[in-house]
Design a protein around this ligand. Sequence first.
Ligand code: PLP
Length: 357
Amino acid sequence: MKQSVYMTWAKYHAGAKYNLANSGILGCSLSDLTITLDDVQINGPNHEGYAPLKEAIAARYAVDPDCVVTAQGTSMANFLTMATLLEPGDEVLIEQPAYDPFLAAASYLGASIKRFSRRFENGYQLDLDKLKNTLSPQTKLIVLSNPHNPSGVNLNVNTLAQVGDLAAAVGAKVLVDEVYRDILFDEAEPVALHLGRHFITTSSLTKAYGLSGLRCGWILCEPELAERMRRMNDLFGAVGSMPSDSLALAAFRQLDRLLARTRSIIEPNQYLIRNFLQTHEDYLEYVLPKHSMIVFPRLKKLTDSEALHNLLRQYETSIVPGKFFEEARHFRLGFAVQTTDVEIGLGNLSKTLQQLP
Ligand SMILES: Cc1ncc(COP(=O)(O)O)c(C=O)c1O
C-alpha cells in the first residue's frame, strides 16, 4: 500500500483539545523567533541546498558541510536515504516497534523488510545477538530511531557503535533517525555520523524546536554518499525553498534560546508524567526515560488500547493507540504541550482508565 496508515491517522484524527498524541514540542509562533523581513529571501542560490544553512547545520553538529544534505523535514531525509541506498529486493532491517513511515517507505521502494525487536521487557534496548543473527550479506541498511519513537528510550553510544560494527561486517549502512536527539540537552552524544562512515543521521527542526512548518530537515553522511543523495533529490524536491531555508538559517542563530524554551515546557511536564505513571501502576506498566517527550505505557488489564482511545475522545483528549506501532496493548503519550493541557489530559486519562472494564 502506497501510504503510511499512521501518518494519515496522525493528520486527520490525532488532534484534540488536550492533545497527548503529539510527539513534539509545542509549535513556536512568530513571536518566539527574533526575525525581521530582511531575514526572508524569496529566491536565491539553492540548487544543492542553501549554503549558509548547510554551514550552520554542519557547525552545530560538528561535521563538514560536504556531509550535509538538506531535505524537507526528517521525513524526506529518511525517504531520500532509503531511496538512495535501496534497490528492489534489497534487505533492510527495521526496529520493532517502529515509526510507521520507515516501513511504508521501505515497502514502497520494494525492499525486503526484516525486523529486529526492541522489547518492553528489555527496556526497549537492542538485543545485539538477535540483531546479528538477522543480518545477512543481502542487508543494505539498518534503520532505527534514537531516541526511539514510540518509547523515547535513548541507546547508549557503545550500543550504537556495536550496531555499526555489525553493519560494517556485511557492508551495510545504519540510518539513525535522531529527530528527538536534541531534547537530551547537554547529555546528548555527538550525532551518529561521528561513529563512522557507515552511519547516517537524519533530523530536523521539528520535534525539539517546534519549527515543523519550516520543513528544515537534513541528512548527515559521508560526502560521496551525500552527493548521491543530492542527485537522488533532483527527482523529488530538486531545489530547496528559499523562504524556508532563509528563515531556518535565522532560527539556527537562536537555537540555544529555542532549546531553553523547549526545556522550560518539558521539565514540569516530565514531573507530572512521572507522578501520573507512579500513581496508576494498577493500570499501567511503563519504561520512562530520564529525558523524553513521549512514553509508551502498556495496559495491564486490557489487550488493546483502542477502547481507551475511544473513551478518551469523549473528554476531548487524544493519545496514539498502540496498534499504530504494532503493539495494541500499549499507547503513546506525548507531553510536550502546555502544562495545563497535560494536567487536564492526564486527569481525563485517569478517569478513563478507571471507567474501563
Ligand atoms: C522518528 C520520526 N522521524 C521523523 C518524523 C517526522 O519529522 P519531520 O517533521 O522532520 O518530517 C517523526 C514525526 O513524528 C518521527 O517520529
